[in-house]
Design a protein around this ligand. Sequence first.
Ligand SMILES: CC(C)(COP(=O)(O)OP(=O)(O)OC[C@H]1O[C@@H](n2cnc3c(N)ncnc32)[C@H](O)[C@@H]1O)[C@@H](O)C(=O)NCCC(=O)NCCS
Ligand SMILES: Nc1ncnc2c1ncn2[C@@H]1O[C@H](COP(=O)(O)OP(=O)(O)OP(=O)(O)O)[C@@H](O)[C@H]1O
Length: 204
Amino acid sequence: MGVDKANHPLQIGVTGGIGSGKSLVCKIFSCLQVPIYEADSRAHWLINHHDAIRERVVALLGPEAYDAAGVYNRRYVAEQVFAQPDKLAALNAIIHPIVRQDTAEWVQQQSGQPYIIKEAAIMKAAGDGNNLDFVVVVEAPESLRVRRVLHRDARSEAEIKAIIARQTTELERKQMADFVIHNDEVQALIPQVFHLHQLFLAKS
Ligand SMILES: CC(C)(COP(=O)(O)OP(=O)(O)OC[C@H]1O[C@@H](n2cnc3c(N)ncnc32)[C@H](O)[C@@H]1O)[C@@H](O)C(=O)NCCC(=O)NCCS
Ligand SMILES: Nc1ncnc2c1ncn2[C@@H]1O[C@H](COP(=O)(O)OP(=O)(O)OP(=O)(O)O)[C@@H](O)[C@H]1O
């Protein structure tokens, strides 16, 4: 990397379809002291706390986008945007530039770290791909992913399959991947993460 690499951590993206185990993989990296930026959680925090986002989301989707307590109403917003692609694009145009800015500020605070991780389900669509040194894709068979999410969330199998159908395809993800973690509950997860950790430390 560049001459001032100590100040610029390597940037690793971790992505994968719903229920693939991205969050679990990131928890393991986190146990190894790697700083993690969870794009989706952070986006939701910003949607609830950033006044300019709130105003623009209400202008786009109506006051129902936030409930009586002022909390972002995901169920209502999901119904609106997943049925209307132009509204989803408009929502993303409000949120993603602010998330990108927030990510950049967070990265600035991580100087001196050998590498950092950005976790996102929709990495490419959020326009972050260009800043990443490597992309790690977490993979698991679709039937297992559906089973995990059925167990984790209050979603029906049909809802989960509809989300999978809207997400980046497995082929697109494979094309993005520099490294793949197989979270199929056959191959052990921790050694795969540890192997990548050693590799990223060596490259930093
Ligand atoms: C659209 C919303 C209301 C759906 O909420 P809901 O609780 O029903 O689903 P959840 O957040 O678990 O997302 C389910 C799946 O939808 C897809 N998805 C989520 N947000 C987006 C988006 N902005 N654009 C395209 N697909 C999306 C992803 O594949 C995700 O895995 C919510 O995801 C949202 O507010 N998204 C905006 C924030 C965002 O863009 N997050 C992504 C990382 S920056
Ligand atoms: N190897 C595994 N063994 C057992 N349970 C697992 C394994 N991997 C993931 N899970 C469980 O499956 C569920 C989905 O995993 P996780 O939340 O990490 O997925 P994700 O890819 O982050 O999903 P989403 O895109 O919905 O946020 C969680 O409840 C998690 O604990």
